[in-house]
Design a protein around this ligand. Structure first.
Ligand SMILES: Cc1cc2nc3c(=O)[nH]c(=O)nc-3n(C[C@H](O)[C@H](O)[C@H](O)COP(=O)(O)OP(=O)(O)OC[C@H]3O[C@@H](n4cnc5c(N)ncnc54)[C@H](O)[C@@H]3O)c2cc1C
Length: 403
């Protein structure tokens, strides 16, 4: 590590790697990424997600302008990037389904948000039209969203890493940032690794530390207001070839986004009551437990296989390292039975867990210069749809740096 680094990025998940790639090559400066894991493979949020390329239908512009704008922009950028760099992906399309008249009210709200966010090609379907898309899905209406898809997330992280590295970015793995001292110009950064503690100076810092981004923000500026309130997502899975009642054509199929209590339990409130409680921060809103196709390796290639994931679950706030599985197969069955009645308990097995970098009392991504130390850029609370938005977030960071 040279004594003076121009730009230091803390965290080598999809966000840190996307920012490193965006800045590399365009700046003739030295850039370093400091990552506490021993390799760059998206070990935390960046691989433990649904791999869904979101379209931007969920995020109202008034309470989530970054999520709304960067998801839509990131969706297009990600498809272009995946085609150009041969990353396993597919524009599968998505159905958001309503199974009764109350859910239809929630669906209308999602439709309105989707229109407001300018999502192309969306269409309302009735029950018989849904069967043309996915014959085993039962619902009275659905919003069809053609720009939704899936990506193999680890391949995405790895490609961004390799491209940034070949453009000259230095990646320091097995290295945890433990102290940041703002100086008259720039920062002194202390890093702990197997060989001990080293320090170096950097002119500019970018905080892309995922679940620990609130801690990193406070290491630099103790007055930083952001607090992580992380919660767990767990998935089950089944094989769509198991029986004809559970065969699927390969769309992402989502319930309508409902309210969730802070302890993770799903609520089905009258829509007005839901809106009031959500706007007062009493309940959370989640995209819900959905069905999505996944990639698997066949020979040397990723292909979309027969496995369909069912998840992620919602939970009360958890410890950031607690990846234990707590949900059982019947949870997934209960969650999807209203719209996927052919599924049986014996079809389901448990899959993986992930932890979301959700912020307490703050819905949107935080992407800003620290008010006290403007050469410190915070990317805090980058939860879903952060994978989809990653390239757009990186572009926004570059624009922020350029003033
Ligand atoms: C359950 C779940 C489902 C999701 N589903 C989707 C989806 O379908 N579609 C979508 O678009 N998004 C989804 N997301 C969101 C998406 O995965 C995240 O927004 C994205 O991966 C965030 O990337 P990141 O780089 O900020 O975080 P991370 O991948 O967590 O990376 C942060 C990195 O910082 C490192 N780090 C932390 N502290 C330090 C330190 N002190 N020093 C050095 N390094 C440090 C960590 O080791 C880690 O590698 C989902 C997330 C979860 C958890």
């Amino acid at each position: 590590m040279s004594e003076e680094v121009q730009i230091t990025i803390i965290g080598g998940g999809v966000i840190g790697c996307a920012v490193a790639y965006e800045l590399s090559g365009k700046y003739n400066q030295n850039i370093a990424v400091i990552e506490k894991n021993n390799q760059i493979n998206g070990e935390n949020q960046s691989s433990r997600n649904s791999g869904v390329i979101h379209s931007g239908v969920y995020y109202p512009k008034n309470n989530g302008p970054f999520k709304a704008g960067l998801c839509v922009e990131g969706n297009e950028m990600l498809y272009r990037f995946c085609v150009r760099h041969n990353i396993p992906h597919k524009k599968t399309g998505k159905l958001i389904v309503a199974t009764d008249s109350l859910e239809e009210e929630y669906l209308k709200d999602t439709h309105a948000t989707a229109e407001d966010n300018g999502i192309p090609g969306i269409e309302m379907l009735d029950g018989s039209e849904i069967a043309r898309f996915e014959p085993n899905i039962r619902a009275i209406s659905a919003l069809y969203v053609p720009t939704s898809g899936i990506v193999e997330p680890t391949s995405l992280v790895n490609k961004l890493f390799r491209l940034a590295e070949s453009n000259g970015v230095m990646f320091l793995v097995g290295s945890e940032v433990v102290e940041i001292k703002p100086e008259v110009e720039g920062f002194e950064v202390k890093v702990k690794s197997k060989t001990g503690i080293e320090s170096f100076k950097t002119a500019m810092l970018i905080n892309a530390a995922g679940l620990y981004s609130d801690d990193i923000a406070r290491l630099t500026n103790p007055e930083s207001p952001y607090r992580m309130d992380p919660f767990k997502g767990e998935w089950g899975k089944f094989y769509k070839t198991g029986r004809k009642e559970i065969s699927m054509n390969g769309f992402n199929v989502y319930p309508v986004p409902l309210g969730y209590l802070p302890d993770g339990e799903k609520l089905k409130l009258p829509f007005k009551e839901f809106q009031e409680k959500f706007s007062q921060g009493e309940i959370n809103k989640s995209t819900g437990v959905h069905l999505s196709p996944t990639f698997e390796i066949k020979g040397n290639e990723y292909i979309i296989g027969d496995t369909v994931i069912v998840g992620p679950s919602y939970s009360e706030p958890v410890n950031r390292e607690d990846y234990r599985q707590t949900r059982e197969e019947n949870y997934y069955l209960d969650m999807v039975r209203p719209f996927f009645p052919g599924l049986k308990l014996e079809d389901i097995s448990l899959h993986q867990t992930g932890i979301r970098a959700k912020l307490k009392d703050h819905y949107d991504f935080v992407i800003e210069r620290d008010p006290k130390y403007p050469d410190f850029i915070n990317l805090v609370g980058i939860d879903s749809p952060g994978l989809t938005a990653s390239l757009a977030i990186a572009k926004y960071v570059k624009e922020l740096l350029e003033g």
